[in-house]
Ligand binder design. Structure first.
Ligand SMILES: [Zn+2]
Length: 259
């Protein structure tokens, strides 16, 4: 799979804006080489359980299938003791993926593959450098007060805006690997937090259409809803579901599904 096959156009545009900040990319890579990646690895090894063919074969097998399908270098994989449904990836030269125990317990095998493919999509699109920088900025901000939201506010908000758009590319990767229907089922579980599958697979898509209609109904409604999400790291679940549902009609999606 190639990054351009799944990259959302708004992700590509937003990442260019960040890359245009002079010296930013070089500084980010330098900071990572100075030890941040090693620090993350230490934290993961100390606090989580690494997934290997021996330790969690039922998680490793679908993970390996996805990594081979997406065609990326195998990242390290860890399980975090967290009942919430969550997954993330960071790193630049040594990437890793973390899956929460809540995610593994609530998703079916195919849905789990969809979520892992989402994380692999971030790696394929080379999002990880910027995701890692976002994480570093957040933790530095917490240590030094609200520095990231004041001194570096334009960069911080540009990163947040891009992060939301980058999720749409990663969703496409998930849908290509397991099919749009299964990925919609995973999104429903992510939104509801429930183990049970919804009786209405496209409920979030319908909500996405209603949400769009609400925003179009008046300028005030639009401003209210847009302001609501400026601190969000992800687009709302119904926005993700609708975006993906529209993309499944595209030639790019169909071509990737039969590849
Ligand atoms: Zn993501």
């Amino acid at each position: 799979m190639r990054a351009q096959d799944i990259m959302h156009p708004e992700d590509a545009k937003a990442i260019q804006a960040i890359k245009s900040v002079p010296g930013y990319e070089r500084l980010a890579k330098k900071l990572l080489r100075l030890g941040t990646e090693a620090q993350y690895k230490g934290e993961n090894l100390a606090d989580m359980v690494q997934v290997t063919p021996q330790s969690f074969p039922d998680v490793y097998a679908p993970f390996k299938e996805v990594v081979d399908r997406v065609g990326i270098k195998e990242p390290d994989l860890y399980v975090d003791n967290d009942p919430m449904i969550d997954a993330y990836t960071y790193g630049e030269t040594h990437t890793f993926i973390v899956l929460s125990s809540g995610l593994i317990e609530k998703m079916s095998r195919e849905e789990l593959k969809g979520v892992i493919a989402h994380e692999c999509g971030h790696i394929l699109c080379k999002h990880t450098l910027y995701l890692t920088m976002y994480r570093m900025m957040e933790s530095t901000g917490l240590l030094l007060g609200l520095i990231h939201r004041t001194l570096f506010a334009p960069l911080y908000f540009a990163l947040l805006y891009w992060k939301r758009k980058g999720e749409l590319s990663a969703d496409r990767c998930g849908a290509v690997v397991v099919g749009e229907e299964i990925y919609q089922a995973a999104l429903l579980k992510l939104a509801s937090g429930m183990k049970e599958s919804s009786g209405q697979l496209y409920r979030l898509v319908e909500q996405g259409k209603e949400f769009e209609a609400l925003k179009r109904s008046s300028l005030l409604n639009r401003i209210q809803q847009e302001c609501q999400c400026i601190f969000y790291t992800h687009p709302q679940p119904c926005v993700r579901a609708l975006e993906l549902n529209r993309w499944k009609m595209s030639y790019a999606y169909r071509r990737q599904r039969i590849a």
